[in-house]
Design a protein around this ligand. Structure first.
Ligand code: FAD
Length: 496
């Protein structure tokens, strides 16, 4: 024990999925000198076995841990991801792209969308998409790291392989791994805190702080501490998924595809060595057999795996940190993977916990702060996901009629109506999805603002023309220098 008597010393991670190993790797690397870290996982139970699409902050997590990007990509079969192509969300035949880049150039007083809208009123016909480097590159299947952090990107990866990669790091940094099934959680009779985990083997593992990374089971946070769950199914009614992996057909594209169907949507995520596919649906409107049939009818390439059928309830655990237990990953809640946010939420929880790691005893203030920040993250993501459903012209099935007429959170209604009336979007409190994301999805789902900011009209016609053209040409010129994504990945990972 370092740092004096009474210091929190023993951290026990229950569960070794992506959440468990991300937590262990990060804590071991930053705090391994000061804490004893034990991770318990059950090979017999296994992990959820899905999770492939991510968002840009994962690169920051990897950098904080000192991970070499090419090593990581080789180990996880990763490709680069520049955004998500949404097919069939506004109407059955429509599509739009949510990219990770910035579109155009903002003025301090008004976002680029105001200048673009003013341009449209003056007869400019070019798409809003043409002003975003990442979007144009994605659509042409190109990728490159550009100087000065010039490309904003994420990864498409095998999260099971990522967990394995992190496990090696965590073990090298001193994490003790115990294999076995947790049969019982022992509570301290006086404090009500978790005292120890009991395994089938009879082993008893004591700890000062416990991380519940046991997935949907939430063995500690729910099973032992009964903290309760806020169900958000009335806003996000999909409750089932089926996943299969297929062989790649052609080179991998640098984006994830989310194609809506009449009771949910289907994903396609190309990795280096295979493609991940899955159907997400509402069981009230689509039976499991029919969902599987639909999934298989819409994959490209030979199927490599047995279907992985998953049921879930969308929502959040009422306490993310309670007593001496913190829920990380699926144990803390789940929202469908429409915007690839689950692995990101693990990252946020782990980094937040490290910042608030108890020094001697768990502080009620830390717990309150942690829970507030976690809920804010989750509610903001929830609103962004609901947006994809509630603003749509689709009325072709009972599912779409339900989601297009449901009542929505006030926070989301304010955002939608503000954009509809004024073309403005504001990012509040370090919200994960910034203005550019909201604008692309709001416009993609079919909202055209009624007005633009008058500052755009300060430009004379020839100045506006020059301003818009210079951005478009710069984007097109840069993208033309970028190689094909598949070739770039192979070269970067040393396979070509
Ligand atoms: P799990 O993977 O379930 O791990 C739980 C761990 O706890 C396992 O090691 C298990 O063995 C252990 N355990 C459980 N009970 C016991 C016990 N009694 N004793 C001992 N050990 C036990 N996220 C993204 O970011 N992008 C995506 O594209 C994406 N797609 C998804 C698609 C679907 C359909 C679903 C359901 C999720 C998706 N996710 C995605 C979420 C992502 O899969 C998870 O966030 C991530 O894998 C973390 O899972 P986990 O570690 O919390 O849980």
């Amino acid at each position: 024990m370092s740092g004096g008597e009474g210091r929190l010393r023993r951290i026990v991670v229950a569960g070794g999925g992506t959440a468990g190993w991300m937590a262990a790797a990060a804590i071991a690397r930053t705090m391994g000198h000061a804490v004893e870290l034990t991770l318990v996982e059950s090979d017999a139970i296994g992990t959820i076995g899905v999770g492939e699409s991510t968002i840009p902050p994962l690169a920051i997590f990897n950098r904080l841990l000192g991970i070499n990007e090419a090593d990581f990509m080789r180990a996880t079969g990763a490709t680069f991801k520049l955004g998500i192509l949404f097919n069939g969300w506004k109407t059955e035949g429509s599509s739009y792209f949510h990219s990770f880049g910035l579109t155009g150039k903002d003025h301090w007083s008004a976002g680029f969308q105001h200048f673009w809208m003013y341009g449209q009123s003056k007869g400019h016909t070019q798409s809003y998409d043409d002003y975003c480097l990442e979007l144009v590159a994605a659509m042409q299947g190109r990728f490159a790291h550009l100087p000065n952090d010039g490309t904003n990107y994420a990864y498409q990866l095998d999260s099971g392989l990522y967990a394995r990669f992190l496990r090696q790091m965590a073990e090298a940094d001193g994490t003790k791994r115990v294999e076995g099934r947790i049969a019982r959680v022992e509570l301290d009779g006086e404090s009500g805190d978790i005292a120890a985990l009991h395994l089938d083997s009879g082993q008893r593992i004591e700890g000062d702080l416990f991380l519940d990374c046991t997935g949907f089971r939430a063995l500690l946070m729910e099973g032992a501490l009964h903290t309760g769950f806020d169900d958000w199914t009335h806003w996000l009614p999909c409750d089932s998924a089926i996943a299969v992996q297929t062989d790649n057909v052609g080179p991998p594209v640098p984006y994830t595809r989310a194609t809506a169907h009449d009771a949910g949507w289907q994903w396609r995520i190309p990795l280096q060595h295979r493609t991940g596919n899955g159907i997400v649906y509402c069981s009230r409107y689509l039976a499991q057999d029919a969902a599987l049939e639909r999934l298989l009818a819409n994959v490209e390439g030979p199927v490599l795996t047995e279907p992985n059928r998953i049921r879930f309830t969308t929502g959040v655990r009422r306490q993310q940190w309670h007593r001496n237990c913190v829920a990380i990953g699926l144990s803390g809640g789940f929202m469908e993977p429409l915007e690839s946010t689950s692995i990101h939420l693990i990252q946020r929880s782990v980094l937040r916990l490290i910042r608030m790691l108890p020094l001697r005893q768990v502080s009620a203030r830390d717990i309150a702060e942690f829970n507030d920040q976690q809920f804010q993250d989750m509610e903001q993501i929830r609103d962004f996901l609901i947006l994809h459903y509630c603003v749509t012209d689709r009325r072709d099935s009972a599912f779409w009629r339900q989601v297009s007429s449901m009542s929505i959170p006030d926070s989301l209604a304010q955002k939608i109506e503000l954009f509809r009336e004024t073309g403005r979007v504001f990012r509040r409190n370090e919200e994960l999805f910034a203005e550019n994301s909201w604008i692309q999805v709001l416009m993609g789902q079919g909202i055209t603002p009624a007005a633009w900011h008058p500052v755009a009209e300060k430009l004379r016609d020839d100045e506006l023309d020059q301003f818009l053209r210079s951005i478009r040409e710069q984007v097109a010129r840069t993208v033309a220098t970028m190689p094909d994504h598949g070739t770039y990945v192979a070269r970067y990972c040393g396979a070509a």
